[in-house]
Design a protein around this ligand. Structure first.
Ligand SMILES: [Zn+2]
Length: 324
């Protein structure tokens, strides 16, 4: 067995779980740009019950994946946040969900903070007022146009805690973020799915910016953050980064928590018992050439044996399947 801290899924849209694999021929704008992208039209026509049910299924799936924290961007103003909160009632304890809402009817009722599609969608006076809701997060530099429009500068000017995507950030931008303590959430599978390119991984890995990983749109990317980490590992390798596994694990297990001001669920002697147990066929990690690569490539939902939350042990799918 290997004991591993619970990871953070630092950027998701759980409402998308209601409409899985819709609009697969469409581009990013047509699919997700507010207010008329396909997903927004679908969500606006959904019942309250359906919104609660989708979020609940998403959170349960995250819990089964061993996730300790989900940072959830909720659409639909206050309704999005309230339905997410209602969904949490049906989820086992141990999963922390940070519900970040965006302006709309009923905002900010039920929201823990701010999660907006782009700082470019608001005036500067609106941003100044919105960003008082902390943590404050925004998609930034997801497209070349949004970067050229100055979205990062606005996020930094108004004190956002972290930005999501960063596909079109350069070294200077990353240095600026590092100096201001602003985090970056990478969602590389979403970037690939939407065909918009990839963040400058070599620069990001060497930048000193606090990084988290997110699975982003639940319509097209299932909430398995272990798969997200694995995809990032192979892409970093493709870009020539030979030693990324430890950095990726740190992003997965620590960085995502830190960006939103939450405490990582580290395994500390005398601390609360919150961690995961994975079945490993070799008995222990001691004989591996590089244990970090070994862990990232070989653990996942398929080998997750149990999650432990404050001392309570929950057996998970691997054990139930009788595979061990
Ligand atoms: Zn997103």
């Amino acid at each position: 067995m290997a004991a591993v801290p619970q990871p953070a899924n630092a950027h998701v849209h759980s409402a998308d779980y209601l409409y899985q694999e819709y609009g697969v021929d469409l581009g990013l704008e047509e699919l997700v740009a507010p207010p008329n992208g396909l997903k927004h039209r679908l969500l606006a026509s959904s019942s309250r019950e359906a919104l609660v049910d989708a979020a609940r299924r998403f959170y349960r799936e995250s819990w089964k994946a061993g996730v300790g924290l989900v940072v959830d961007f909720r659409e639909l103003g206050g309704l999005g946040c309230l339905t997410a909160r209602e969904a949490l009632d049906g989820v086992e304890g141990g999963l922390q969900v940070l519900i970040l809402g965006r302006p709309g009817p009923g905002w900010p009722r039920g929201c823990d903070g701010l999660g907006i599609s782009s700082p470019l969608d608001y005036s500067e006076s609106e941003l100044a007022s919105l960003a008082k809701h902390r943590p404050a997060m925004a998609h930034v530099a997801e497209t070349r146009d949004s970067r050229l429009g100055g979205d990062l500068e606005l996020a930094l000017r108004y004190g956002f805690d972290g930005v999501v995507h960063g596909v079109y950030l350069d070294r200077g931008d990353l240095e600026y973020m590092r100096s201001r303590g602003v985090g970056l959430v990478l969602c590389v599978r979403s970037n690939m799915w939407h065909g918009i390119g990839l963040p400058p991984l070599t620069d990001v890995i060497g930048s000193g910016v606090t990084v988290g990983l997110g699975t982003d749109n639940a319509s097209w990317i299932p909430p398995d953050v272990w798969e997200e980490a694995r995809a990032l590992l192979f892409l970093a390798r493709l870009r020539g980064v030979k030693r990324s596994a430890r950095w990726i694990l740190e992003s997965l297990l620590v960085g995502g928590y830190r960006i939103v001001g939450s405490s990582p669920k580290l395994i500390v002697e005398g601390g609360p018992a919150r961690f995961l147990l994975f079945h490993i066929s070799h008995g222990n990690l001691g004989g591996m050439g590089d244990p970090y690569y070994w862990l990232l490539k070989r653990v996942g939902m398929h080998s997750l044996y149990a999650r432990i939350d404050d001392g309570r042990v929950h057996r998970l799918g691997f054990a139930e399947a009788g595979v061990y």
